[in-house]
Design a protein around this ligand. Structure first.
Ligand code: ZN
Length: 202
């Protein structure tokens, strides 16, 4: 399986990192080894001094497809979860400056914690609320209506380049409020008020 992550999909977040609002979806990949499951702790890696959380709605692909038209994209997923796109911001800044690929900053071990549960989209509103609590304090609070590119647009665009396979995950971008984690922190993610993940930084 593969993990596809959309960058800069919320205007407020693009602005907070001084990025331009994109005209097309911008994406990158994480390998399967970046998954962190079952609320296991995240061990702060020694290659970075600035690990940021980015809380994102995660779409699970349930049907094989390529060149999917936007109007049919909804047939390719039924379950939605919540995850974090951990980013080594210091390394990412260096990659951006040098024009290098982002993998060392984005695709490292356990950089993609995801919720154990995924919820059927039939049981969720069109405009999904999601939030992150850092040590009990809300630091991100987003709504999917604020996405620049909708899930259907993303599926259509990405499937021009890759075949989407059953079990592939799409991280749909983060709203404003990204920030650093420290050893000892606790992260709780909520979707429509339901606790989706709860784990510690060690
Ligand atoms: Zn992200």
């Amino acid at each position: 399986m593969k993990i596809i992550c959309i960058g800069r999909n919320y205007i407020d977040h693009a602005k907070e990192l001084n990025n331009k609002i994109p005209e097309k979806p911008m994406f990158f990949l994480k390998p399967e080894t970046s998954l962190l499951l079952k609320n296991r702790p995240f061990y702060y890696p020694d290659f970075s001094k600035e690990i940021h959380y980015e809380t994102e709605i995660v779409i699970k692909i349930n049907k094989l497809g390529k060149h999917i038209e936007e109007q049919f994209a909804h047939r390719y997923y039924s379950e939605i979860g919540l995850g974090i796109d951990f980013t080594a911001r210091d390394l990412q800044k260096e990659c951006k400056t040098k024009g290098h690929p982002w993998e060392i900053a984005k695709a490292f071990e356990h950089s993609a914690p995801i919720s154990e549960t995924f919820v059927n989209k039939e049981n969720l509103p069109d405009n999904i609320n999601f939030k992150l609590e850092l040590n009990g304090k809300t630091v991100q609070n987003g709504y999917t209506k604020d996405m620049i590119f909708s899930v259907d647009k993303i599926i259509s665009y990405v499937s021009k380049f890759f075949t989407l396979k059953i079990g592939d995950l799409i991280f749909t971008g983060t709203p404003a409020g990204v920030g650093e984690v420290q050893i000892g922190d606790n992260l709780k993610g909520y979707m429509e008020g339901k606790l989706m993940f709860n784990f510690d930084i060690k």
